[in-house]
Write a protein that binds this ligand. Structure first.
Ligand SMILES: Cc1cc2nc3c(=O)[nH]c(=O)nc-3n(C[C@H](O)[C@H](O)[C@H](O)COP(=O)(O)OP(=O)(O)OC[C@H]3O[C@@H](n4cnc5c(N)ncnc54)[C@H](O)[C@@H]3O)c2cc1C
Ligand code: SF4
Length: 824
């Protein structure tokens, strides 16, 4: 035991909110043993994510889901948490704080993190029951209760907070009126054009707006009954929510004699005018500025923790540009930096009225200083990164308005795939603005802890744990880190995507039940909220329509992921890998010669044998693809679909033809299976295998459909997965003939095609529907099995076209593979 440890100092924290607890969290990382920590919180709760109150109000989360640090966290770190007891006095001479309940606690260092208070308009009626702010859990409970007993709500304030309150109350079934002093909504975050689009959209959802509306009185007898405006208009309401702004909560600091202006004044080291008292968060004023968003608080927390941890720390708080998103489901809105501009700036504007999208970039001296995005805010993170870097845009200037993917293409990147875009970001790029988490930290956590899901990333890093708008980027980072090992979670009964409230299953049922035969028909009949859908729903709809109407529905290439569009796997350096099909894993000298010629001719750097017994040509440049395919095609080979949500390979062992143990011709069986199933599209990738005896050299028991020869015939196994979550197959049944193997396989795959949700592999599908159900349909119902098999074969007559042959050099279909002309 170290007997020379210095005695612990006493740290008292006033305010159990977001900035205070983040500082403690950072401090524990730096100096876990330096302090005995006492935290006072005026609210009767553990630390929770205040940002997410909007989601709780909207019914999207419950209170338990927004807790940041449970009681156990305080206990494990030896923190004495006192909740429901506000600190009412600080004695800077005696170095003690006194709480409302009379507790007196001494400190060596004191941290003030008292946040802010809602501003109330100077009008009568503020004390009436039914009037509240939108600041804490108590306010949200007041609103939820009101929505259960009353029907009309008035929100005063059409800023970020007011609109989130209005949306939540609307979602809870209330009629909502929004009173806003200014002519346009969110004037502090949006320019006029974006604000008008927003108002129109919220208007269509049923919000009533009273812009240029100055509240003169809140009236009511016993309980609030409405609001009167200065121009005489009266709005009836049973609940009034005040959301006109916040003011730093400085009362305590002021009474203790600390230097105060609008907030508690702090230096770059987060120290107040009293050296042993620090302050962070919304209660502070730093170089004349106060704050109302979380991102800057994380930087303050780090700097403050540095100084609390070490007397000789040198870090300084440097304010950075800030970004905002509106957390109203289905509305994509982002603004950052100086989005208004002045005579020294220029604007680049893009508006697509049909798609309801609007983008406005503000540039100064060839650098991006502000951005407003409405309708499609996917590139918000990228613009924010450019803005923070402050580098001259140079050649990016002409295309920057079209977003990151286009910018990358113009700069010579091979694809507009968002994964490629996120790959191009530096490690320091901020992905989660709410929690200040950068790309490097997320990738590091994925690698270090073997994370495979967004939930895992959330738990380890807090990225995407708050407003959730960075979840797509987190998923792209998972894809980047894990490749095929990351299977985006299939949606269950939750909406398919933000374009619809219908789940995958509902959409599938509607497609067949209402005979919807095209994407516009589906979107029209089911009330899609976007004109063309998005990157989430389009591939799924394309697949569902393809399965429902084979031969009739025309596959939509634009709705496919980049690998399927390019008919090749994109690799991490932007080149592609090409895999020719080798039926059942067999090849010939001619095929090998042709492959060798192609490798020489196109200087393909790497040739590799895959786990599925195929040959992978790696490092093929995009413009070479059609030529490589043509040469392979000319030698009789077709695409191996190694890139698709489709039948990939049928792995085989050498079987009875060569092996001493083999009881059946597994290779021949594999070839027949592959001839039957190649080219079939599925909800996810599908792999088959055939082993010639129970020694199972082809590893058939971790495949989607595995066949194992036994003395009496063939065992059929289903639902295996060799990916990150290894799952051994379930035994479906035993059959005796090769014809039966083919029939059961076709029926099984067709059932999977008809029932699985897009991006759901056979393993989770089987677990969801149950083996008994699959047995009932494929084994016990002979007529049903035949029908399923027949449907599969029928669909195959339309889908067994080699995509390579259709895209020979010179043909129109090869156009996407030509490199883009340089954008002048
Ligand atoms: C509904 C809502 C939605 C929001 N959405 C976003 C968003 O999308 N993006 C974003 O960046 N920001 C958002 N914010 C703002 C963000 O929550 C704040 O910036 C952040 O919480 C400020 O952290 P803080 O620790 O300074 O204050 P707080 O989190 O408010 O914590 C201060 C705490 O101190 C306590 N306290 C005060 N005085 C005393 C005392 N004397 N003794 C003991 N305890 C005391 C208070 O009760 C409170 O719990 C939102 C805020 C709200 C209310
Ligand atoms: S699975 Fe059986 S038949 Fe096939 S190679 Fe292995 S031992 Fe031989």
């Amino acid at each position: 035991m170290d007997t020379h440890m210095p005695p612990r100092q006493k740290l008292v924290v006033v305010g159990n909110g977001m900035a205070g607890m983040r500082t403690v969290d950072e401090l524990l990382k730096r100096a876990p043993l330096k302090y005995d920590i006492t935290v006072f919180g005026a609210e009767p709760h553990v630390n929770y994510d205040r940002i997410m109150l909007s989601s709780v109000l909207a019914g999207e989360k419950d209170l338990e889901q927004i807790v940041i640090n449970p009681r156990s966290w305080y206990d494990e770190n030896g923190i004495d948490l006192i909740v429901g007891d506000a600190v009412v006095a600080i004695d800077t001479a005696a170095r003690t704080v006194t709480s409302a309940a009379g507790r007196v606690v001494a400190y060596d260092k004191l941290l003030l993190a008292t946040g802010s208070r809602p501003i109330a308009p100077p009008v009568p009626g503020l004390d009436l029951p039914g009037v509240c702010a939108f600041r804490d859990i108590a306010d949200v409970n007041t609103m939820i209760q009101a929505s259960e007993q009353h029907s009309r709500a008035i929100v005063i304030g059409g800023g970020l907070l007011g609109l989130e309150a209005a949306n939540g109350l609307l979602r809870r079934g209330m009629q909502v009126a929004v009173v806003h002093l200014m002519g346009t909504l969110m004037e502090r975050q949006l320019d006029k054009a974006a604000a008008e689009l927003l108002q129109r959209e919220l208007d269509e959802r049923g919000m009533n707006f009273f812009t240029n509306g100055q509240t003169e009185a809140i009236f009511g007898d016993g309980r609030v009954q409405g609001v009167r405006l200065a121009d005489g208009r009266e709005i009836p309401g049973d609940l009034v929510v005040l959301a006109i702004g916040i003011r730093p909560n400085v009362d305590l600091a002021k009474a203790a004699g600390l230097a105060i202006n609008r907030g508690v004044e702090v230096g770059d080291d987060m120290r107040t005018s009293v050296p042993e008292i620090f302050a962070v968060g919304e209660c502070v004023e730093h170089r004349g500025k106060t704050y109302g968003l979380v991102a800057p608080l994380w930087d303050m927390a780090k700097v403050c923790a540095d100084h609390l941890a070490r007397e000789d720390a040198v870090s300084d708080y440097v304010p950075a540009a800030m970004a905002t998103r509106l957390k109203v489901t289905g509305i994509d809105l982002f603004s950052a930096g100086d989005f208004i501009g002045d005579e020294t700036t220029e604007e680049v504007v893009f508006r697509d009225a049909a798609r309801n999208t609007y983008k406005r970039l503000v540039l100064r001296d060839d650098t991006l200083v502000g951005a407003v995005l409405y309708g499609d805010a996917q590139d918000g993170g990228w613009y924010f990164q450019l803005l923070r870097e402050g580098k001259p845009l140079g050649s990016l200037r002409d295309t920057v308005i079209f977003g990151q993917a286009f910018g990358n293409l113009a700069a010579g990147a091979p694809t507009a795939d968002p994964t490629v875009a996120v790959a191009a970001l530096p490690d320091a790029a901020e992905i989660c603005g709410c929690n200040g988490v950068c790309k490097g930290k997320i990738l590091g956590a994925i690698a270090e802890h073997g994370l495979t899901t967004p939930e895992g990333v959330r738990a380890r890093t807090k990225a995407s744990a708050s407003c959730g708008s960075c979840t797509p980027q987190v998923e792209q980072l998972l894809t980047l880190a894990l490749g095929d090992g990351y299977a985006a979670k299939p949606a269950g009964e939750k909406p398919m995507c933000k374009c619809t409230s219908h789940s995958h299953d509902q959409v599938r049922r509607a497609i067949t039940g209402q005979a919807l035969r095209t994407m516009p028909e589906v979107m029209g009949a089911l009330g899609w909220t976007t004109p063309d859908g998005c990157h989430v729903c389009r591939p799924a709809l394309n697949f569902y329509l393809l399965v429902a109407w084979p031969g009739e529905y025309v596959d939509d290439q634009q709705s496919r992921f980049v690998n399927e569009r390019m008919h090749a796997n994109i690799q991490k350096d932007g080149t592609y890998s090409v895999i020719p099909r080798m039926w059942g894993g067999l090849t010939t000298a001619d095929e090998l010669r042709a492959i060798a010629d192609v490798v020489d001719k196109y200087a393909i750097p790497t040739v590799k044998v895959t786990g599925g017994q195929r040959i992978d040509l790696l490092g093929v440049k995009r413009e070479q693809l059609p030529h490589v395919w043509k040469d392979l095609n000319d030698a009789g080979m077709v695409s191996g679909h190694a890139y698709g949500k489709a039948l990939r390979t049928v792995k085989t062992c050498v079987g009875s033809e060569w092996c001493r143990f083999g009881t059946q011709d597994s290779t021949g069986m594999g070839v027949k299976l592959e001839r039957m199933t190649w080219g079939s599209w599925h909800a996810h990738k599908v792999k088959l295998a055939v082993s010639g005896c129970p020694r199972n050299c082809a590893e058939a028991t971790i495949k989607d459909f595995g066949v194992v020869a036994v003395d009496s015939g063939w065992e059929l196994h289903v639902g295996g997965n060799g990916g990150i979550h290894v799952r051994a197959t379930d035994l479906l049944c035993k059959v005796t003939t090769e014809e039966e193997v083919l029939e059961y396989c076709g029926a099984y795959l067709q059932l999977y095609r008809e029932e699985a949700r897009y991006l759901e592999r056979t393993a989770p599908w089987l677990e969801r529907v149950g083996l008994a159900h699959v047995k009932a349909r494929v084994v016990e119902d002979e007529a049903g099995r035949r029908a399923l098999h027949a449907k599969f074969l029928h669909a195959q007559t339309f889908s067994q076209n080699d995509p390579w042959a259709e895209r020979a050099p010179g043909a129109d279909a090869a156009a996407p593979f030509r490199t883009l002309a340089t954008v002048e």
